[in-house]
Design a protein around this ligand. Structure first.
Ligand code: F0G
Length: 464
């Protein structure tokens, strides 16, 4: 299991990519107002902006797409997806939706409102936004090990359960609308959560009668780390571990664009239908209002088909070993070059510690965005900031929040790039690291929208 495995697939279709010059990239990034979301993908040589919806689908998925039933209600494709999802996750009620944030939009208004709080190991940006859109407040209980970026600790994604219990007491259990466990913990560096931590969190939720929700976008990668690093589970299969992880929660929300290996899709699940009839009714009503009829949830029949295959194929141990192996390969080269990252590497990306590379650039000049822009200029590599720039402003005071981390995330799309592409990425990082002290200042925001500002904000370099 620890050995590097070469790609457990052959490549049948290829997509050419364009190589640009430094002059062209400097012009393009300026025209994009130094926001990488504004770049055209054809101007990116290696696109590591996200692992979401960017994976390569298998021949089996494409074959299923041809068999899709596009009926409005009760299609064969819907039934196939529900059967498969119930089998894998062990939940009674499964609701397809068009992506992860749609599951958030459907579920959170049912659980949250003004005066309530939601607590997580770390909320992802859209999840936090959907909590705040209900006028509730989102609180993170980050595990202390997560903050020690270069310390090689297992399960850095874990919930700080001591802090969780303190928070529940502080806000009073009746005001805590839900506890959300993000697996893997994206914003903390794609770090996994152990089953013992999921179980402990579940017990706390039961004690205080608080709904426990998994935000399970990267469930397969999380299960791989449990098999590898949680001794009790080393002889369990990945499907067995997935079943067990989900068994401790009451509900799950899922962006299926990650481990579901589809370009679009999401799921929402309720573990037991018994005693949850009202909740399920509310989920159905919300889905019909925002997503479409319950048997398609904002997706076409072919999307449902691709998803019914994808949620299972990501459970293959050879695929997962190869995938995490890609990240470990990059990590080893970064260690040799003395470049710091959230260590050990997690499941879906390498989170470079931009604060360590640019210690002289303060959080309000966005060091992780600085590195993202440099990577684009250096080699046409598109990445993103997971730091103060992404975190945005405090919803109560409007002040810029200082993030615990200033990460530049190199998200690796599933089965898309080869080892040679990864070598280009490492070389670009090495080149930037060598000239890091010559990059003196960061960026200022010249315009920003109120919600999820990092997707659309305009920036300019600070020169004075
Ligand atoms: N939860 C987690 C943990 C996520 O990583 C994401 C998306 C979502 C929810 C929302 O899902 O995009 O399908 O609506 N993460 C992407 C990323 C965008 O780049 O990490 P969505």
């Amino acid at each position: 299991m620890d050995k590097y495995i070469a790609e457990p697939f052959k490549i049948k279709v290829v997509e050419p990519i364009k190589i640009t010059t430094l002059e062209e990239r400097e012009k393009l990034i300026k025209e994009a107002n130094y926001n990488l979301f504004n770049l055209n993908s054809e101007d990116c040589y290696i696109d590591l902006l996200t692992d979401s919806g960017t994976g390569a689908m298998s021949q089996l998925q494409w074959a299923h797409i041809m068999q899709a039933d596009e009926s409005y209600a009760g299609s064969k494709s819907y039934n196939r997806l529900i059967d498969k999802a119930q089998e894998i996750f062990g939940y009674d009620y499964i609701q397809p939706v068009h992506q992860g944030r749609a599951a958030e939009k459907v579920l959170f208004p049912v659980l949250l409102k003004k005066g309530k709080v939601a607590i997580s190991n770390t909320f992802f940006d859209t999840t936090r936004a959907h909590v705040e859109l209900t006028d509730a407040r989102a609180i993170d209980c980050i595990h202390p090990s997560t903050k020690k970026i270069q310390e090689n600790t297992k399960f850095k994604g874990n919930m700080n359960t001591e802090e969780l219990e303190n928070m529940i007491k502080h806000y009073q259990a009746s005001n805590v609308g839900c506890v959300v466990m993000t697996i893997t913990n994206n914003s903390a560096g794609g770090q996994p959560v152990s089953i013992s931590n999921i179980q402990e969190t579940s017990n706390i939720c039961k004690k205080y009668n608080i709904p426990f929700v998994l935000d399970a976008a990267r469930y397969a990668e999380n299960a791989y780390f449990i098999k590898r690093d949680e001794p009790k589970y080393k002889d369990f299969s990945i499907p067995e571990i997935v079943k067990e992880m989900f068994s401790y929660a009451d509900m799950f929300i899922m962006s299926a664009k990650k481990d579901g290996i589809v370009n679009i899709g999401g799921l929402l699940g309720v573990r037991t239908a018994e005693n949850n009839a009202e909740l399920i009714e509310q989920i159905k009503s919300q889905t019909i209002s925002y997503e479409g009829f319950i048997s398609y949830g904002g997706l076409s029949g072919r999307d449902l088909e691709a998803l019914s295959v994808g949620i299972e194929s990501s459970l293959d141990i050879n695929y997962l070993t190869y995938r995490v192996g890609q990240l470990e390969y990059v990590a080893k080269l970064l260690d040799e070059a003395g470049i710091a990252y959230q260590s050990p590497v997690g499941g879906h990306g390498i989170f470079i510690d931009a604060k360590a590379m640019f210690p002289h650039i303060p959080y309000h000049e966005f060091p992780a965005q600085v590195l993202a822009i440099e990577l684009y200029k250096e080699a046409g590599i598109r990445t993103c900031d997971i730091g103060s720039y992404m975190l945005g402003n405090d919803p109560d005071t409007g002040e810029q929040i200082e993030s615990e981390f200033e990460f530049t995330r190199l998200a690796i799309p599933r089965m898309v790039y080869t080892k040679a592409h990864l070598d280009v990425v490492v070389q670009a990082l090495i080149n930037i690291n060598k000239r890091a002290n010559k990059i003196e200042r960061g960026y200022r925001i010249t315009w920003e929208p109120k919600v999820l500002r990092h997707f659309q904000a305009k920036l300019e370099p600070i020169n004075e």
